[in-house]
Structure formats: C-alpha cells, structure tokens
Design a protein around this ligand. Sequence first.
Ligand code: SF4
Length: 176
Amino acid sequence: MNRLRLATLWLDGCSGCHMSLLDTDERLLDLAAQVDIVYSPLVDAKDFPEQVDVVCIEGAVATDADEARLRLARRRSRLLIAMGDCAVTGNVPAMRNIMGAEAMLRAVYLESRPLKPQIPADGLPHLNEQALPLHHFVPIDLFIPGCPPAADTLFAALGGLLAGIADLRLDTRFGA
Ligand code: SF4
C-alpha cells in the first residue's frame, strides 16, 4: 500500500490547531504507520515538497509570504484542508481588519501603553491590509472549523481520507 504523503503548514495562527493534532496522542502512532509527514513544523523539512497527498493548513493569510506559501502548497498538493477557524474564516487574525494593517501596527507598536514604543531591528512586518481565510486565494477541498478543531475531529478527518471516504461527515463547530 502506498503511504500517504502528509504535510501541515502554519500560517497566521497561534499553533493551537497543530497542538490539537498532537493531542491525538497515541493515535499518532497509528497514523505514523500509514503516512509520511513530509513537511510540517513538527518535522525538520526546509522546503515544501512535490507530490503531497494531503496538506492541513492552520491560520489565515496575513502577508505576501503567507500567500506565496499557500499557493505553493496548493500547486503541490492533491487535497488541501483548511484546519481551524483562522483558516476557514480568518477568525482571530481577521479581528484587525476593521482598522487596517497600518493603524493596527501603529496602535500595537507605537501607541500602546504602558509599553514603550518597540520596533524590531529589521522594521515592522509587511502585513496585507486584511487577514483573510484560505479560500480567498485557492480552492479548498475540506473545511474543518473549530478553535481549535477537536483532536478527535482531526483524527477522524485524516482517518477518513486514509480510508478513501469521499463524503466525510465530521462533528465540527465554530469556536471552542
Ligand atoms: S483556529 Fe484557534 S487554535 Fe487554531 S490557529 Fe486560530 S486561534 Fe489558534
């Protein structure tokens, strides 16, 4: 049997969705028997590889770099999963959309009190005007809401894909 080539990608998110994936605990061993994790914050791979079967993506798209990474993952992956509310709706990163990127950076880095003005040595990050969910940029094959999605839900999704189930009915909901 061919082993599934699985990747995970971390865009503008808090890493909570990846933590939930790790919360599948000993079931990770079952997964490990059937998949190769070819790219992820959880493994030491530097470049997103070719011919990925499934990529689970956490976080919204908040920068040009996020968008480039997302588009590369889309080109090189058969199935793309929006993992968690930030990827599905924008969620927490999108809370700054109402004021815009520049005003948000000014408020956080220059006007915050009692914080002293703090600007990183290499300057402020270049943020897109809005943080947006993945489907604004590329087609998505599966949306898994939740902040974060439950470990059981993520395991059910990956297990279903491994079993070749085309019509997954996942127990998901937005928010916690
Ligand atoms: S959906 Fe929730 S847990 Fe996942 S990255 Fe966003 S804020 Fe974090």
